[in-house]
Design a protein around this ligand. Structure first.
Ligand SMILES: Cc1cc2nc3c(=O)[nH]c(=O)nc-3n(C[C@H](O)[C@H](O)[C@H](O)COP(=O)(O)OP(=O)(O)OC[C@H]3O[C@@H](n4cnc5c(N)ncnc54)[C@H](O)[C@@H]3O)c2cc1C
Length: 284
């Protein structure tokens, strides 16, 4: 219906980060239009996008079941760009604070149904549907970590080769240098994260429930990306730390991958809930 819209996703608010069920941006139906009011922060592509997918509540007293997603065209007069953040990494991407002031959108700009559900079961299902977005996006974010780590390792290998350190697996570990062994360990870590990410993405593509695997790959890849890029900076010494190579940039860029789309701690919490068979109420 919407064609190829370049969309930002606005969930986070000053009072709602990891606990995304705490969003307090409101959506009220007024005739044939939804009226949105609230503040969103840290919205990737919030400045340059065509439209923003906004999480808002229909009734805060009904908890997370009342949270729905709405499509708001970027040029809507009720949507203001408050600021664009200056940040440590991911600097090519704009991260925006947005304000919705009596922002009116047509009634059909809601994603999914406006029903909140009469029973506890129906309400659980409603928010579960919104959260399923992450089953698709977490493997993609994990894939960002794979790319950043792979680039750092390729640069490190190039620098090593110029210095005559081949690291080509031709020797036994006990005959390898500490630098070679470190490179092998980092490559193994990257490969482990890569396989976990492919599995979670494959499950999503094939319609299999993958919440646990999506969180597992995001947690693993997020940690791996931070670890590999920082180790590459260290292995290359002053070349790694200087702005003369891309290593320092990749290390800065890797940090966010372990934060957005659910932090390392939140992914571990989700995995633990799956493994222990506990609900979000039972394990916080
Ligand atoms: C560059 C950038 C881009 C972003 N892009 C987007 C975007 O496009 N759309 C969007 O909606 N949001 C976006 N975010 C927001 C991001 O998703 C949140 O920052 C993230 O979910 C964490 O929320 P918070 O910052 O409020 O931290 P908090 O939730 O306050 O957490 C702070 C710390 O406490 C830990 N913590 C919190 N709860 C628990 C718990 N129950 N158990 C253990 N530890 C816990 C966290 O892991 C974290 O280490 C972006 C953020 C950044 C920095």
């Amino acid at each position: 219906k919407y064609g190829k819209l370049y969309c930002a996703m606005a969930i986070t608010e000053p009072g709602a980060g990891s606990d995304s069920a705490a969003v307090s941006t409101t959506a009220e139906l007024d005739g044939d239009e939804w009226v949105l009011n609230g503040e969103k922060i840290y919205c990737t592509a919030g400045q340059r996008c065509d439209a923003v997918v906004v999480w808002a509540t229909l009734d805060k007293s009904l908890g997370k079941a009342a949270i729905k997603s709405f499509i708001v065209p970027r040029d809507n007069p009720g949507l203001q760009l408050v600021r664009v953040e200056d940040k440590m990494g991911l600097r090519v991407s704009d991260t925006a604070a947005l304000s919705f002031n009596n922002c009116r959108i047509p009634k059909d700009h809601i994603l999914g149904s406006a029903e909140i559900g009469d029973t506890e079961e129906a309400r659980k299902k409603a928010f579960g549907g919104v959260m399923q977005t992450f089953d698709n996006t977490r493997p993609q974010v994990a894939a960002m970590a794979l790319g950043v780590a792979r680039a750092a390792l390729e640069i490190t290998r190039e620098i090593f080769e110029k210095e005559g350190v081949g690291a080509d697996f031709s020797k036994q570990p006990y005959n390898s240098t500490a630098r070679e062994l470190e490179l092998y360990r980092l490559e193994a870590d990257l490969e482990a994260a890569r396989l976990m990410t492919l599995k979670a993405a494959w499950m999503a593509d094939n319609g299999q429930p993958n919440s646990k695997e999506a969180s597992m790959c995001k947690a693993k890849a997020g940690r791996m990306g931070n670890d590999v890029t920082l180790k590459c900076v260290a292995l290359c010494g002053e070349l790694g730390y200087s702005e003369g190579t891309l290593l320092e940039k990749l290390a800065r860029d890797s940090k966010i991958i372990d934060i957005f789309e659910g932090t390392q701690q939140i992914q571990q919490l989700i995995v633990a809930r799956h493994l222990l068979g506990l609900s979000s109420k039972e394990l916080k």
